[in-house]
Ligand binder design. Structure first.
Ligand SMILES: Nc1nc2c(ncn2[C@@H]2O[C@H](COP(=O)(O)OP(=O)(O)OP(=O)(O)O)[C@@H](O)[C@H]2O)c(=O)[nH]1
Ligand SMILES: [Mg+2]
Length: 223
C-alpha cells in the first residue's frame, strides 16, 4: 500500500517536472539543483558564485529549507531575485513547490536558475525538479565513504563539488579515496575541489557551470 502511494506521488512529481522542463526550455533557462547533507556549503557556494557574477546577470535563486528564511536572507544580498521555500517538514523540494515559487517570475528574463535543495543526501535524489543538472556537494568533514553510503544522489549528479578543502590539514579525509568512491558509483562524474573560505577552486566550478549552461541552451562551447 505504502509503495503504491509513493509511486503515485513520484509519478505526479514527474508529470509536473516535465512541465517545468518544457517551460525552462521554451524560455532558455538553465537550471542547476544543488544537493548535499546539511551544512556542506550550498549557500556559501552560491554566495561566492553570485558575488562573482556581473551585476546585470539574469540569475535567480530558490532556496529550500524545512524552517527559516535564513538562506534567502543571505543570498538576496547579492541583489538577484531570490525566494525561500520553507517545506514545513518535508525533507526535499518537489516540482509543485518550484512551480508555485516561480509563478510570478517571468522566465524569459532569467538565464540561470539556481535551486538550493533542503539539506539531505537521500530524499532530494528521488524528486525531479525539471533541472538540467543535479550537483552534489560533499564537504571534507563528512567522510570519504559518503558516495558509497548514499549512492543514488552521486549516481544522479553530473558534478561532485568537494568543498571545505581548506580544512584538509585538520581532518582525516582521504580526498583521493573520496574521488575514487564517487567514480565507483558514477564513473563519468566530474569533480571539482573548492573552498568557499579561501575561494580555491571557484574558477573550476564557475567554468563547469558556464560550459554546462551553454550546453543546456544549445550554444557552441569554445573551450
Ligand atoms: N572552513 C570552511 N567552512 C565552510 C566552507 N563552506 C561553508 N563553510 C561553513 O560551513 C557552514 C555551513 O555552510 P552553509 O553554506 O550554510 O551550508 P548549507 O549546505 O547551505 O547548509 P544547509 O542549507 O543548512 O543545508 C557555515 O558555517 C559556513 O561558513 C568552506 O569551504 N570552508
Ligand atoms: Mg543553505
Amino acid at each position: 500500500m505504502r509503495v503504491k502511494v509513493e509511486e503515485k506521488v513520484l509519478n505526479e512529481n514527474q508529470r509536473l517536472a516535465q512541465e517545468l522542463r518544457h517551460r525552462f526550455a521554451e524560455n532558455g533557462v538553465f537550471v542547476a539543483n544543488l544537493i548535499s547533507a546539511p551544512g556542506s556549503g550550498k549557500t556559501s557556494l552560491l554566495e561566492r558564485t553570485l558575488a562573482r557574477l556581473p551585476r546585470d546577470s539574469r540569475v535567480a535563486v530558490l532556496t529550500g529549507d524545512i524552517q527559516t528564511e535564513n538562506d534567502a536572507r543571505r543570498l538576496e544580498k547579492a541583489g538577484f531575485p531570490t525566494k525561500q521555500i520553507t517545506t514545513g517538514g518535508t525533507c526535499h523540494l518537489d516540482a509543485r513547490m518550484i512551480t508555485k515559487a516561480i509563478a510570478d517570475w517571468k522566465l524569459a528574463d532569467i538565464d540561470t536558475l539556481f535551486i538550493e535543495n533542503v539539506g539531505n543526501l537521500v530524499c532530494p535524489s528521488s524528486y525531479d525538479l525539471g533541472e538540467h543538472a543535479k550537483i552534489v556537494l560533499l564537504s571534507v568533514t563528512e567522510g570519504e565513504d559518503k558516495p558509497l553510503k548514499y549512492p543514488a544522489i552521486f549516481a544522479k549528479s553530473e558534478l561532485c563539488v568537494i568543498n571545505k578543502v581548506d580544512l584538509l590539514p585538520y581532518v582525516s579525509f582521504d580526498i583521493a579515496q573520496a574521488r575514487a568512491n564517487a567514480r565507483m558509483v558514477h564513473p563519468d562524474m566530474e569533480i571539482v575541489e573548492t573552498s568557499c573560505t579561501t575561494q580555491t577552486g571557484l574558477d573550476d566550478w564557475l567554468g563547469w557551470l558556464e560550459r554546462r549552461r551553454r550546453m543546456a541552451v544549445g550554444e557552441k562551447v569554445m573551450v
